[in-house]
Design a protein around this ligand. Structure first.
Ligand code: MG
Length: 266
């Protein structure tokens, strides 16, 4: 099931996206969105009799993380190597503020403080239950679904600050969308990024150093995760700079694609 958050000009609503999708998760033109009563993460999926053409609504970030986005650094060997880093012995965690989240089509604001802002296309995990100390074999029980993320990073600030709060935490530095796919085998999903139409990242989740079960177990051994919290599972090799005017599209097979434009912050 594909759970989206959308607006037709009024208050945001949740909905289920129906219709066929191609292998990239791109919906057919006749796709519809059936509105739900309430937030399905908290009240379950309650269909209403309201439906819209998918094309006629504006999609929003499918989830606003209730407390945090947990990022995972250097979780693909190729990406660790391209920035001159070793592969970590255990998952390398950082936090992105929940205020950094934006949705499909929203601008990524290029901060005045940086001159080297990078895209990082990633598979994102959405947590469905309050959880702590989750054993690897129980991880599936706490996952609500999966979406596409762009872990936007001001590389210069990340390096200078040593810790990542500023370099990864600007408002608009965490595009998520287009929706949450609740049923997905994540063992071998293609993760691609296009910058202005050129393919710049092309990886597979089969190359994750630490798989999703290991990540959730590791993170929840440190901190409680809440429904709606998001984990960014790491980026494959090919990261690089974006500039104002650029358009960046991240896609994950079986989910869909997420496009945003970079805009100078005035
Ligand atoms: Mg990343």
């Amino acid at each position: 099931m594909r759970i989206a958050r959308f607006t037709t000009g009024d208050d945001p609503q949740y909905g289920v996206v129906t219709g066929d999708v191609d292998e990239l998760g791109i919906p057919s033109e006749d796709s519809m969105i059936v509105a739900l009563a309430g937030d399905p993460l908290h009240v379950g999926v309650n269909l209403t009799d309201q439906e819209h053409q998918l094309e006629a609504v504006r999609l929003l970030a499918p989830v606003i993380p209730r407390s945090k986005v947990v990022g995972i650094g250097r979780n693909y060997a190729g990406h660790a190597a391209e920035l001159g880093n070793e592969v970590p012995a255990e998952p390398l965690m950082f936090l992105k503020q929940n205020t950094s989240v934006v949705g499909p089509g929203d601008p990524i604001f290029y901060p005045r403080q940086s001159s080297n802002v990078h895209y990082e296309g990633e598979l994102a995990v959405v947590i469905g239950r309050i959880c702590r100390d989750v054993p690897v074999e129980r991880v599936r029980d706490v996952i609500y679904g999966y979406t596409v993320g762009n872990d936007v990073t001001a590389r210069d600030l990340q390096k200078n600050d040593v810790q990542f709060t500023r370099g990864k935490g600007f408002d608009s530095f965490c595009p998520l969308g287009p929706w949450i796919e609740t049923e997905l085998d994540t063992s071998d999903l293609r993760v691609t990024t296009h910058l202005n139409g050129d393919l710049v990242q092309d990886g597979s989740t089969k190359d994750l150093i630490f798989d999703i079960a290991t990540l959730v177990a590791h993170i929840t051994s440190v901190m409680t995760l809440l429904p709606g919290d998001v984990i960014l599972t790491g980026t494959p090799e090919g990261v690089g700079p974006m500039n104002p005017g650029d358009e960046v599209e991240v896609a994950v097979t079986g989910i869909g694609s997420l496009t945003n434009k970079v805009v100078a912050r005035d």
